[in-house]
Design a protein around this ligand. Structure first.
Ligand code: LLP
Length: 425
């Protein structure tokens, strides 16, 4: 069972032994910082599974992908761009055929071309993909991603199962897809279910039963089953991890029953994104204004929802800590609202689902102090944008006593890259 890495303290002087002041001196604010030792620990937690396939959409910097590759983790890619990121990080599908699996509900033309070029294994989330893959790469083996008819996530927007979800092949269409696979010279060797992100053990466990039923329907061509991702991490005091031993046991028992029906071994994969990187990541910002609006006190930062979109998108809660510029510890606290610099009222980090502004009890802080949004490694930087003409911020990897810049702060040239003023007349 993993133990909580984050302390939920509201004052922080360092990350992985590096004083916040030193990090800021070198990289400025805002900046994303990842603690590699946390990622390593999370990889170790999952070592019982035969294959850990990282859903790189959670944090796809090639510096992180490289380190995960060295730890024996393989990847999932959802676009041609993510396939190219994995290649740039040293994954070599010619040497290890399944080190990159393309998982999606559609092939765009570039994705189908790259799948063909590298002979990538595909996890098909729509029946049309079977036919399209069969005609582009006859003789392919595929995984079917099944929507079991139910789902669950930390928000309705991250629930990927049930009839309202666009994801996966509907569980009642499996026979039809098997016929389609035969007709298109495609062999179904894998079965996959991912019911949502940030779910819980109760819902995750239901997947085993559903997958087992469908696996028996697909039959002996199967060599791999995947539990998908979805493992939650604690964002708030009191939240806990899924009991991984129990979770693994459920999947292992499912796998073993299927192995005895089929008479051959099955690989058991897990496909986490959030679990591997969320707790490693911190977004460090500077408080640039402190103001009172009626009864509310606002801390306004130099980071906004263009840097971390989870609160505005899902009402997601991130732990927040303060680091005083002069290193002092403050005893006084205040209930405050934390917002960013964007010209939008929704640019509030302390909001709940539905956009309701909430207050957070934080140390009394002043302009120039640092505010750290924690557990921000998953779906943080990757969902950043240039909205309001803002540069995307640097990403820094803290590893074995060194600070590595793994992505530079963008410049004005990056901001207007590719834009053209057309000739007049
Ligand atoms: N596998 C598939 C097919 C997925 O669609 C996803 C996530 C994962 C694995 C990884 O799920 P995880 O282990 O990270 O829960 N932006 C949202 C999360 C969207 C998840 C999308 N799919 C957030 O910030 O919470």
């Amino acid at each position: 069972m993993p133990t909580a890495t984050q302390t939920f303290e509201t004052q922080r002087s360092q990350i992985s032994g590096f004083p916040i002041q030193d990090i800021v001196k070198e990289f400025g604010t805002p900046c994303y910082v990842y603690d590699m030792s946390v990622i390593e620990e999370r990889v170790r937690d999952l070592s019982a599974f035969d294959v850990v396939r990282y859903a790189q959409k959670a944090c796809s910097n090639i510096g992180i992908l490289d380190r995960l590759r060295r730890l024996g983790v393989v990847v999932d890619a959802v676009s041609a761009g993510e396939v190219k990121r994995a290649l740039a990080a040293g994954y070599d599908p010619k040497k290890e055929p399944h080190c990159i699996v393309f998982t999606a509900d559609v092939f765009d033309r570039e994705a189908l071309a790259i799948v063909k070029e590298y002979g990538l294994h595909v996890n098909c989330g729509s029946p049309d993909m079977i036919q399209q893959l069969g005609s582009a790469v006859p003789g392919s083996s595929v995984t079917l991603r099944i929507n079991p008819g139910f789902g669950h996530g930390h928000s309705q927007k991250t629930n990927t199962g049930g009839p309202q979800s666009k994801h996966g092949i509907w569980h009642e269409d499996v026979d039809e897809c098997l016929r389609m696979a035969d007709l298109n010279n495609v062999l179904v060797t894998g079965l996959h279910m991912h019911i949502g992100s940030g779910t819980d053990l109760e819902h995750l466990s239901q997947v085993c039963e559903s997958l087992e039923k469908i696996a028996l329907q697909v039959g002996r061509t199967l060599t791999t089953i995947s539990a998908g991702g979805g493992l939650p991490v604690p964002y708030r005091q009191g939240q806990t991890y899924v009991d991984l031993d129990q979770y693994y046991s459920l999947w292992d028992a499912t796998r073993k029953r299927l192995e005895s029906s089929f008479g051959h071994p099955l690989n058991l994969e897990i496909e986490p994104g959030r679990y591997l990187v969320a707790e490693s990541g911190f977004l460090i910002a500077e408080i640039r204004a402190v103001k009172k609006m009626g009864e509310n006190i606002f801390y306004l930062l130099d980071a906004g929802f263009n840097d971390l979109a989870r609160p505005i998108l899902y009402g997601a809660y991130h732990p927040i800590s303060i680091s005083h510029r002069d290193g002092r510890i403050s005893k006084q606290t205040a209930d405050v609202v934390v917002g960013g610099p964007l010209c939008e009222s929704g640019d509030i980090f302390t909001q709940e689902e539905g956009g309701f502004v909430a207050k957070r009890n934080l140390p009394v802080a002043f302009v120039g102090d640092f505010l750290i949004l924690e557990v921000a490694g998953a779906y943080g930087f990757v969902m950043a944008s240039n909205y309001n003409g803002r540069y995307r911020v640097p990403e820094v990897l803290l590893e074995k006593g060194k600070m590595h810049c793994i992505r530079a702060r963008e410049s004005f040239e990056d901001l207007i890259h590719g834009e053209v003023i057309p000739p007049v007349g």
